[in-house]
Design a protein around this ligand. Structure first.
Ligand code: SF4
Length: 366
């Protein structure tokens, strides 16, 4: 089994910060123009070699908009030829042509992920800060189907769409996506706390997601919603589907086709800096793109050294060091709360997840 102390399960590389959109929640506060300090193609090759040597984790290109880098397919080809599984999260802009997608298929990209934050153009375009984005996304998904590339949909849950989640799931099903990645807002970058749903609403959405996951044909995963794992375990325990032990294996939900996410699922709970690492466009290394605490730079130090030895990463991988209720919670090894949200709200990445309603056993009066 992959040891998260040594190697991540997933590496996110922000190829560029350039993007034509101006999304309300943008972590990167993306800019229209490329930063001249971006890692060069040659530096990218070296980085890919280092990533490959970390037990071949899944590599995801993000941005900004990765398509704003003209050499994106050359970098992807280098990584795929080497043997890595690569996926990409481009922005839905006119850059996403059928030709662009065909190129992605030619180089062997495993999957494309598009953001869809509402079941209607009105809701989605408001959130993305650009009108026409919804229609472009629909068109791009159609191209992906035509070219038989698996589609993933990413949705940010916020107060703008929490009331239309049933319609949202219908759309994801209609679009025949393989994975719905449900992201819970972290108030960093352009994301504001006032746009977030409340802790109680988080809990309600988690319960709704669990029930939904039983009937839909696609997989559901949460990002920055680690406490969904606690809800899944609690529900399964109630339904007597588990031994009663708190084990990560019991969190995995199978889609109706009997499979878990085709790109493979983590062997245990991924969290910021724990099975997960983010490399910025200029090579800075963070536990997550949502946790702006720099642990090093790949221009100066090999990625593996930063991931394995940085005190920031080491602390994040030790749930016994978490503070407050997360530090004593019986679910801390499978959940642990979002370290990014703890940091965004309290300024301390070891603090408790501020949007979890659960009171751990250790805190309850006997
Ligand atoms: S208290 Fe922390 S570890 Fe426990 S379920 Fe909530 S977020 Fe997870």
């Amino acid at each position: 089994m992959r040891d998260f102390q040594q190697n991540p399960f997933i590496v996110i590389w922000e190829l560029t910060r350039a993007c034509q959109l101006k999304c309300l929640h943008c972590r990167a506060e993306a800019q229209y123009h490329r930063d001249p300090r971006e890692l060069t193609f040659e530096e990218g090759e070296k980085l890919v070699d280092d990533i490959y040597d970390m037990d071949q984790p899944l590599l995801v290109f993000t941005g900004g908009d990765p398509l704003m880098r003209p050499d994106v397919y050359d970098i992807a080809k280098y990584a795929i030829d080497k043997g890595l599984r690569v996926s990409m999260t481009p922005s839905a802009t006119p850059n996403v042509t059928k030709e662009a997608i065909r190129k992605a298929k030619e180089v062997g990209l495993a999957r494309w992920a598009f953001s869809l934050d509402g079941p209607t153009a009105e809701i989605h375009d408001h959130f993305r800060g650009t009108s026409g984005s919804f229609d472009l996304t629909m068109k791009a998904i159609q191209y992906l189907h035509e070219l038989e590339i698996p589609v993933q949909i990413n949705t940010v849950i916020s107060r703008y769409n929490v009331h239309v989640l049933d319609e949202m799931v219908e759309l994801v099903e209609k679009l025949q996506c393989v994975l719905w990645s449900v992201f819970f807002l972290v108030p960093t970058g352009r994301g504001k706390e006032t746009d977030m749903i409340s802790p109680v609403e988080h809990e309600k959405v988690f319960h709704w997601l669990y029930e939904t996951s039983k009937r839909v044909p696609f997989d559901i995963k949460t990002t920055a919603g680690q406490h969904y794992r606690r809800v899944v375990l609690q529900q399964k325990m109630r339904e007597k589907q588990t031994t009663g032990e708190i084990r990560y294996e019991d969190v995995l939900m199978k889609g109706l086709n009997g499979q878990v996410d085709g790109l493979g699922r983590a062997p245990k709970g991924v969290n910021d800096g724990n099975g997960f690492v983010f490399i910025s466009h200029i090579g800075d290394v963070y536990p997550s793109g949502l946790l702006p605490v720099k642990a090093g730079n790949v221009r100066e130090t090999p990625l593996a050294e930063i991931y394995r030895n940085s005190p920031i990463f080491q602390d994040l991988r030790n749930p016994d060091k978490y503070k407050g209720k997360c530090g004593v919670c019986e679910f801390r090894y499978v959940c642990g709360g979002s370290r990014s949200r703890a940091y965004a709200v309290t300024g301390d990445y070891l603090e408790s997840e501020p949007f979890c309603v659960y009171i751990p056993k250790a805190w309850r009066k006997s």
